[in-house]
Design a protein around this ligand. Sequence first.
Ligand code: ATP
Ligand code: MG
Length: 429
Amino acid sequence: MSKSLQAIRGMNDILPQQTPAWRYLETTLATLLDSYGYLEIRLPILEFTDLFARGIGEGTDVVDKEMYTFLDRNNESLTLRPEGTAGCVRAVLEHGLTGGGQVQKLWYAGPMFRYEKPQKGRYRQFHQIGVEVFNLPGPDIDAELITLTWRLWKQLGLADAVTLQLNSLGSSEARGVYRDALVAYLRERFDQLDEDSQRRLTTNPLRILDSKNAQTQALLADAPTLHDYLDEESRAHFEGLKARLDAVGIKYEINPKLVRGLDYYGRTVFEWVTDKLGSQGTVCAGGRYDGLITQFGGKPTPGVGFAMGVERLVLLLETLQCVPAELSRPADAFICAFGEAAELAALALAEDIRNQVPGLRLLVNAGGGSFKSQFKKADKSGALYALILGEDELAKRVVGCKPLRDDSEQQSIAWSDLADHLASCTQQA
Ligand code: ATP
Ligand code: MG
């Protein structure tokens, strides 16, 4: 195939074979979020570049190296959104949704774009489902967010495959003091740090805690830990969160090295991690960002949220074979019609059955063809039944109902009984 007909590296087509797993995840989560009282918000994919520069921050990998930024025809610098929080905050401020302390519990879903090195579980266009809550400062809502993700894992059959990691980043003052202590410790060992961490020592030192380099990790073993620097209020917030998770029965691991590396994050941070996908193991990550909205010029507004990586979750569902098989079943019944009159009748009959059995997957032959060729198509469609409508059947107002997946006999069924018959034998009743 010519090069011009290839998708961009790291940007995937999601083929029909894969979409049932995607829809399963999306609809399960949408139903669950409804049941917890979260409202959906739909946001643009493009925003002014400045939004992300201010919201995510210079000195982060996302802003410094990963954004798709370009000038539009009016010479405005625009960026394909690399994440959803900044756009969501922009929207709630623009529409006054958080004014007067109004609580907002919102969710969104859609594609995000980052110029990363594509590999399993890491793409340049990927999808997130995110949740953001505004104007609730306490640990109760942090616990609710974690609880609803935990319920999702249970509903999807993934509960045994993921673990919860938890940390508190404290207040920004406490983190500042800690940052100085960490920088002082690492400066003395500067030569032993990997190159990325050397750079981060000035740009974003907390991110060093997250380094994948083994030697750097060894150095960090004796470094000061954030936990010893927590302020009293953050400590109480963290205890409040843990007490709630204990009350529901959610297990967690405290990971003092879990950081989000952005200044506006504080207090709670968490990640759901799996060991079933290799190194791209984080399937959901979130935290509290009480400082973000003031950074955008809004009044101080508590915020907390998370985002899950849809591709990684779909991979996990597929790896563990957790997608219910019936979701990929292509069809229940396939109508074969022979001759103009039968074709017209088949069309009307199909509409009538669709009215009566809404969940039924009913295909009608298109493109004519002999008995043999239509029957072949019916078989290939994966349908459980071929419904045959020729001149004889038309005269008697019946169809021949031929089971395709077992050896049982073909039956003749009156049009008036067909909907009930199909409903009962495909469990759509
Ligand atoms: P990572 O450490 O894996 O790069 P991150 O901290 O950059 O993740 P977030 O910005 O917190 O990721 O995004 C939330 C979730 O979105 C991640 O936990 C992951 O599941 C998913 N995600 C992030 N980047 C990608 C990507 N390039 N491809 C696929 N999924 C991604
Ligand atoms: Mg990343």
